[in-house]
Design a protein around this ligand. Sequence first.
Ligand SMILES: CC(C)(COP(=O)(O)OP(=O)(O)OC[C@H]1O[C@@H](n2cnc3c(N)ncnc32)[C@H](O)[C@@H]1OP(=O)(O)O)[C@@H](O)C(=O)NCCC(=O)NCCS
Length: 192
Amino acid sequence: MARVIYLAEGPRVALRYISMRDFEELAALNEESATMLARWMPGGPIVTYEAFARYMTRFDGPANEGFLICLRDSGAIVGRVNINNIIRGGHQSAMIGYSAYASTTGRGYMTEGLGLLVGHAFGDMGLHRLEANIQPDNASSLSLIKRVGFQREGYSPNFQFIDGAWRDHERWALTVEMTGHVSGLNSQVTAT
Ligand SMILES: CC(C)(COP(=O)(O)OP(=O)(O)OC[C@H]1O[C@@H](n2cnc3c(N)ncnc32)[C@H](O)[C@@H]1OP(=O)(O)O)[C@@H](O)C(=O)NCCC(=O)NCCS
């Protein structure tokens, strides 16, 4: 088995890039979680190799990065988080999307994993702002994003097409200044 390279590690979970080798494990998790995810995540569950290969092409360019949250002891996947719509230059911003799975939710893994993701985004990736858009009735996601330190910025009516309708979303964001992280790129931007 190929050696796993983690980008960041916490007490219970670690963060790594998603890869084509994750197909079987993710397909099983997506299948068991189809009902849980349908109301909150765009697109249907990815359970075929062809659909997964198509999904993975979004990470070919610089605009999107895909990560998995895994248990440190077994390596089992417990969550997924993407950094999407990365804008460089004077913004250094991106949008995050995430999910746990039916057998992994409600254990604190996502809170720890998103904390690692924020550290990686504001550290090695040099980003300055992360945004999360959440439906107002998605209580679990709102609790999670508050625990990680995001603040509510606003409300976007008809923001995204999910589960057959255009859904309103709350806009939450976190900047480097709110965390005490030091971003190398950020200091370059302010210096020019
Ligand atoms: C949103 C979502 C990722 C939140 O995940 P989660 O499993 O609640 O997050 P965590 O893994 O951090 O678990 C936190 C919960 O576990 C509980 N928990 C249990 N054991 C714990 C432990 N040892 N440590 C910390 N928390 C623990 C916490 O109390 C918390 O419950 P609460 O929110 O009722 O207070 C998940 O519900 C999900 O995937 N939903 C469907 C997809 C989705 O909505 N994605 C986001 C779209 S915006």
